[in-house]
Design a protein around this ligand. Structure first.
Ligand code: RUB
Length: 324
């Protein structure tokens, strides 16, 4: 039986009580560790089957942030390696907990490093624009401010879920001068902006960035106004399956987030609510990762370094399927 706390965690991700690609990744790692801890049986086979079910439950909570499946495969691929010498359930449990804890630590340190690296790119007197609520982008901005840089930040509302209010609140708590703007004001505000800094839910092999819907429009406006467009992302947000041509699924959310149920029911108006969009690499100046600055065109290098073996494995399977 999957423990109540893990079922609740999955529900919290679905309902966006836990949201943002980094937080989601750390939450699923915590979920796997909790599930492993709660297992009381003594069959290794049964434990593996149980962990597979937990992983599936967590993987299916939200479709776009690639940090979610990447966090699961970080833990399970290492567990699979350990299985070569694991004989008892308590060792299996220990392996999952160790790798989950390791992932969470890596993730938190990565965000800190991105803050340090990215803050060097901000100069005193600059005005920054950010969209949605990215803890990684915020880490850069708040770090730069704490380093004594005199900056001002424009935060978009980010309709329909208005995560921009969370961003503005966090900036305010850190005393960063902040202005909240409606998303539709982007074009007219852009002439005041020196740098755009956003987070990412997924980065494809060609360097395209998937982030909160509206990001690509901001990139377009920044490009037209020759404003730097910077993406802050940990390397576990790079999507290995895109190397093989798979697309990142864009989450389509409930139309009731866009306008009241009464309106769309009575007027019989069709409403779409895509939660993310894709910014092409041409509009991105640089991606700040924990390993340093990466031009979007070099995304494939990060992917082959980290996931070369997964990519090879998939390619072999694909080739043999074609040959059958
Ligand atoms: C959040 C969002 C964030 C990225 C990066 O979308 O698009 O910009 O997830 O966040 P949602 P972070 O609110 O739908 O989850 O840098 O915190 O990982």
């Amino acid at each position: 039986m999957i423990p109540e706390s893990v079922l609740k965690l999955a529900e919290d991700i679905k309902a966006m009580r836990i949201r943002g690609a980094g937080r989601i990744a750390r939450a699923v790692a915590k979920g796997l560790a909790e599930a492993a801890t709660a297992y009381t049986g003594d069959s290794l086979e049964e434990f593996n089957e149980y962990i597979r079910r937990v992983a599936k439950l967590l993987r299916e909570t939200r479709p776009t942030a690639v940090s979610l499946p990447n966090a699961i495969s970080y833990i399970l691929s290492r567990y699979k390696r350990d299985l070569e010498y694991i004989e008892r359930v308590h060792e299996a449990r220990e392996s999952i907990i160790t790798h989950a804890t390791e992932f969470i630590k890596y993730s938190l340190e990565a965000v800190k490093k991105i803050g340090i690296i990215g803050s060097h790119m901000i100069s005193s007197g600059e005005t920054i624009l950010t969209h949605c609520n990215s803890s990684t982008a915020l880490e850069i901005i708040i770090r730069a401010f704490k380093d004594g840089k005199d900056i001002e930040v424009f935060a978009t509302e980010t309709r329909p879920k208005c995560q921009g209010y969370i961003t503005a609140g966090i900036l305010k708590r850190n005393n960063v001068p902040t202005v909240l703007i409606p998303d539709s004001a982007i074009k007219s505000i852009m002439k005041k902006i020196d740098k755009v800094i956003v987070g990412a839910d997924a980065i494809a092999a060609n360097g395209a960035v998937v982030n909160k819907v509206g990001t690509s429009l901001i990139a377009l406006a920044a490009n037209e106004a020759s404003v730097d467009f910077i993406v802050a992302a940990e390397t576990y947000k790079f999507s290995p399956v895109t190397v093989l041509g798979e697309l990142v699924e864009i989450e389509e959310r409930d139309p009731r987030e866009v306008c009241s149920e009464k309106f769309f029911r009575y007027k019989k108006i069709k409403i779409r609510n895509p939660a993310f969009d894709i910014t092409p690499p041409e509009y991105i100046d640089i991606i700040v990762t924990e390993r340093g600055l990466i031009p979007p065109q070099a995304a494939i290098l990060v992917l082959s370094e980290d996931y070369g073996w997964i990519i090879m494995d998939r390619m072999i399977k694909l080739t043999s399927a074609l040959e059958e």
